[in-house]
Write a protein that binds this ligand. Structure first.
Ligand code: UD1
Length: 364
């Protein structure tokens, strides 16, 4: 029996951990434990996803909460170390690129426990992004690098990572999307918000580069105001963004935008329904670039770079400099594009977690 500790901590981890836990729990050769670091803790940033996705209750919650990068990362490490010492797993499995990912990978490797990284090899080549640092460091200490898209294989090869450590398994986030599409279609969120399919846009925004600087955030809001003349925009606000809008004195500006609907952060199923039926998504999230690719919904990513280039080469995604003029130009062009011509990246087929499980069964 192979004992593995699966780690999750922040919102984008939950849809990656769900299919892994399901596959491991169904395997006679694997005994999984689930650790939640508590990096995200609000009901709407965490619990709702466990309910929507049927993720089992974590075996442990480290309840680290928010803090600066150093405080949060070190607190996760301090609290995760005794868990690994007590349970003596054969592997620690981390997903994505958040602080919980690198913190737990570092703890495990220093205790001599093998680390597997799910979503390895992605690179934005922008070291101003905290996630890029987390990706580089996690990959460099991982024993098994499980890759979601072709660019990840190329990046790791260029970095000289031994080929036997790397496996192209596909995208677990798409496993979750594929599994939950039918269920999400029953969500009543459109009726509740008074929305008509294909006549509204969806916004998500939380990257520090976009929301921690007043000038950048104001310019982006100006673009939303213009697009709002054509369609309603639904903007479920991340707590970081909501707090910044208040602290920067932008709340009254946002409130005056009558076409901008601002619900609390939504659960997985409601959000999937909302994006599936939308005319356009504007985002700075990583995962949403991937989801819109499969949903064939036009996506504008308000960033200078992406670590997920398959969403551009195969999918519906386009990068846009996050300022008013660039956003409006790209918006007009993107609305003319035929999304049916877009394809699907290799191995984004709903079976990535099964392939990962098979890799671990071989090791058992
Ligand atoms: C984190 C990840 C980011 C990911 C994002 C998804 C890192 C470095 N960043 O960013 O890669 O895209 O999650 O959401 O790991 N807060 C709450 N309630 C919560 C969680 C956070 O109110 O449940 C507020 C706190 O004020 C906190 C702020 O949001 O200080 C930021 O949270 P934090 O986890 O530090 O980073 P995110 O911006 O969420």
């Amino acid at each position: 029996m192979l004992k593995v500790i699966c780690v999750c901590g922040a919102r984008p981890n939950f849809m990656k951990i769900a299919p892994l836990m399901e596959a491991f729990n169904a395997s006679p050769k694997i005994e999984p434990l689930l650790v939640h670091t508590g990096q995200h803790y609000d009901e709407r940033m965490s619990k709702l996803f466990f309910v929507d996705l049927g993720i089992p209750e974590p075996d442990m919650n480290l309840e680290v909460g928010s803090g600066s990068h150093a405080v949060q990362t070190s607190e996760i490490m301090k609290r995760f170390e005794p868990v690994v010492v007590e349970h003596k797993p054969d592997w620690v499995i981390v997903v994505g690129d958040v602080n919980s990912t690198i913190a737990c990978a570092l703890v495990a490797t220093k205790l001599g426990v093998k680390v597997a990284h799910v979503e390895a090899g992605l690179r934005s080549f922008d070291r101003d992004m905290p996630e890029e640092i987390n990706r580089l460091l996690t990959d460099s200490i991982s024993d098994l690098l499980l890759v979601s898209e072709a660019s990840g294989m190329e990046n790791l090869k260029k970095e000289g990572v031994a080929a036997e450590k790397v496996k192209f398994v596909g995208n677990v986030m798409i496993d979750t999307l594929t599994k939950n599409r039918a269920k999400a279609s029953e969500s009543k969120i459109l009726d509740e918000m008074g929305l008509t399919p294909k006549q509204y846009g969806v916004i998500t925004l939380h990257r520090p580069s976009n929301v921690d600087d007043k000038e950048n955030l104001s310019s982006i809001l100006d673009a939303f105001d213009e697009i709002g003349r054509d369609m309603k925009l639904v903007f479920p606000m991340h707590p970081r963004t909501r707090k910044n809008i208040e602290n920067m004195g932008l709340a009254s500006r946002v409130e005056s935008m009558s076409q901008l609907l601002r619900p609390e952060p939504l659960g997985y199923l409601d959000f999937l329904k909302l994006t599936s039926e939308s005319a356009l998504v504007l985002t700075d999230s990583g995962g949403i670039q991937e989801e819109t690719t499969i949903l064939k919904v036009p996506c504008l990513t308000l960033r200078k770079n992406t670590e997920r280039p398959a969403t551009i080469t195969h999918g519906t995604n386009r990068l846009v400099d996050p300022n008013k003029d660039s956003i409006l130009k790209a918006y007009r062009e993107q609305m003319q594009r035929k999304m049916e011509d877009c394809g699907t990246p290799e191995l984004w087929d709903g079976a990535a977690a099964k392939r990962i499980c098979a890799v671990f069964e071989e090791l058992a």
